[in-house]
Design a protein around this ligand. Structure first.
Ligand SMILES: [Zn+2]
Length: 315
C-alpha cells in the first residue's frame, strides 16, 4: 500500500471547490468482496455528509471516497468525467482531449487502473443533461465507442443520468488523488508533478467551461439515437407453446461459490474475453438473475446465446 501523504487545509478547501457538488458520498471498501475480489463502494452508515475532515482523510490516503456528479436540487454538475478502461482507452481519451481543446475546453487526464479518466470542469455548475449531450456528440463525431446496450467496451460519461430524483444519487466515481484500495496506489493526473500540492494547484488553475460556452456547444444537438435510454422491456403475453428463457439450459456451470453459480460469460467469450471462465454469476436462488462482472448487458448475453431479448416496438 502506498504511503500516506500529508494534506493541508488549503488543499482540502481547493479540492472541495473543484469536486464537491453535493454532500452525499461513498466509501471504497478496504477489503475485497469475497466472491468477485473487487473493492466495492458503499454509502456510509447513517447517511453521513461529506466534510472537510473526510476529504482530508481521502487525500492523505486513509480512506477512499466516491463522489456524485449531480446535485438533485439543481440537476447540475461541477464536473464531467469520461471514464475509459479498455485496451485503446488512452488513445480514445487523447482524441477527445484534442477535440475538446478545439472548442477551447481544457481537460485533465487522470490515470486509472486500466485506462484513464478525462475530467472537464465547470465555472458554475452546468445542467447534467447538457454535459452529456455535448460529450456523447463529441464521441460520436470521433467514432469513439460508447459503452451501452450493444458495446461492452467503450467510454462511460459521469454524470450517468440526465437527472436524478431528489432522494436518489446517480452513480459515484472514485474521487481523484486517493489511494485505490484494490491497486493499493494513487493515480495521478498527467498534467502536473506527482505531489498532492502540485496536482491540486494544477486542477484549480484549469480553465472552466462557462454556461454561455456550454449553451453554444449544445445548440441544435440531439442525443445520438443509440444512446437514448431504452424504455422498460415489455414482453408479449406468454405463449404457452414457448418456454421461458432459462440461462442454465444454455451454459455449463463451472463452480458454485457463495450464493452464485459461476461460468464463462457467453458475450465475453464471443469477443475472445473471459479466459478464466468465471465472469458470469448466476444466482442459485433465482437463475433469472445473472450478471457479467466485465460489464456485458443482459441484451448482449442473450444475443450471444442466440436467444435475443424480445422487445416491443417503442410507441
Ligand atoms: Zn461478459
Amino acid at each position: 500500500m502506498e504511503t500516506r501523504l500529508p494534506a493541508t487545509e488549503e488543499m482540502t478547501a481547493l479540492y472541495w471547490e473543484v469536486f464537491v457538488n453535493r454532500r452525499a458520498y461513498t466509501v471504497q471498501s478496504p477489503t475485497p468482496h469475497r466472491e468477485s475480489g473487487k473493492h466495492y463502494y458503499y454509502r456510509p452508515k447513517g447517511e453521513a455528509a461529506l466534510s472537510a475532515a473526510i476529504i482530508r482523510q481521502h487525500l492523505e490516503g486513509e480512506i477512499t471516497i466516491g463522489l456524485y456528479a449531480i446535485n438533485p436540487q439543481t440537476q447540475r454538475c461541477k464536473w464531467v468525467t469520461i471514464d475509459a478502461d479498455y485496451s485503446d482507452a488512452l488513445g480514445d481519451l487523447l482524441k477527445l482531449e484534442w477535440e475538446l481543446r478545439q472548442d477551447g475546453v481544457e481537460a485533465a487526464l487522470e490515470r486509472s487502473r486500466r485506462g484513464g479518466h478525462l475530467w472537464i470542469f465547470a465555472g458554475k455548475p452546468l445542467l447534467a443533461r447538457d454535459c452529456r449531450l455535448y460529450i456523447y456528440n463529441l464521441a460520436q463525431r470521433l467514432k469513439v465507442p460508447v459503452k451501452g446496450a450493444t458495446l461492452a467496451e467503450g467510454i462511460e460519461v459521469f454524470p450517468k443520468q440526465d437527472m436524478v430524483p431528489a432522494n436518489e444519487f446517480g452513480n459515484a466515481l472514485r474521487g481523484p488523488l486517493g489511494i485505490h484500495r484494490g491497486a493499493g496506489r494513487r493515480y495521478w493526473f498527467y498534467g502536473a508533478d506527482y505531489t498532492l500540492e502540485a496536482q491540486i494547484a494544477y486542477l484549480s488553475r484549469l480553465k472552466r467551461i462557462t454556461a454561455e460556452e456550454m449553451a453554444v456547444f449544445v445548440a441544435g444537438l440531439k442525443m445520438p439515437e443509440e444512446l437514448v435510454p431504452q424504455r422498460g422491456i415489455t414482453l408479449p403475453p406468454p405463449d404457452p407453446a414457448r418456454r421461458e428463457f432459462r440461462i442454465l439450459d444454455h451454459v455449463t456451470v463451472t463452480r458454485r461459490q457463495g450464493r452464485n453459480f459461476w461460468t464463462r460469460c457467453p458475450a465475453c467469450a464471443q469477443q475472445g474475453r473471459d479466459r478464466t471462465g468465471d465472469n458470469l454469476a448466476i444466482a442459485v436462488s433465482d437463475p433469472r438473475k445473472y450478471r457479467c462482472w466485465a460489464g456485458c448487458t443482459k441484451e448482449m448475453i442473450r444475443a450471444a446465446l442466440g436467444c435475443p431479448i424480445r422487445r416491443s416496438i417503442a410507441s
